[in-house]
Design a protein around this ligand. Sequence first.
Ligand SMILES: [Zn+2]
Length: 269
Amino acid sequence: MKRVGEVTNRYLINVNTNTDETRAIEPPPSVEECPMCKGARHLRVDVPYGHPFFGRLLPCECLTREQDERAFTELERFSQLDPFRHKTFENFDPKVPGVDKAYNYARKFAQDPQGWFVLIGAYGSGKTHLAAAIANYALANRNQALFTVVPDLLDHLRSTFAPASDVQYDELFERVRSVPLLVLDDLGTENTTPWAGEKLYQILNYRYNEQMPTVITTNRPLGNVDDRIRSRMSDEAMCEIIQIQASDYRPKKMGERLDKRPRKPQYRR
Ligand SMILES: [Zn+2]
């Protein structure tokens, strides 16, 4: 799995702008010339004088398509979804007692992500499976999503903050903060330093103010979460909180594991 620290500046582009500067970071690969813009990558629109687009250059479809592709490539590099790629709604068992409410809401959220969805559950309750399924669903439908495990995310942010880092801290922070769908797995298990706690708060506070779709899983009661984050979670108009009651989702699945990954070795004490 690629770690965030392996991403180089070469791939960091600002997908929100169409400036020449953006394209200059990495020239487009030589592909067949676009028949619409003949390689100019921008088009003047045929509109009458007085129209807001009159005389303006608009990005050609070929440019927006390429920018979308780059955004996906970049998100894949930042994402920690690789170990959870196979976790989908199709291989989640909604009949396990205690998971149906979370499962139904997760499906609904995946189809139309709005606001925040907080999943509370014990270790092995299936919450990470559902969170990963939401991210996988978005990516399968070509919607931008970032799945990240909170303690690892904070480690990555710390390492990119180091002067010798390849990745610019600002770029990574901005990417996580503003991705259309953010999935944060395992909130509350991070070993919070004041710095890390502040970064996490800044990310979530931004997404709260901008009302950006965000999925958060935690195995802790919300009482352990930063007061400022908890107060945003308590906004019922914005945030749906569902506690998975299943004592353990995974052991029930042992006999019919859909999970093809090798199991962790069991050591005797
Ligand atoms: Zn074109």
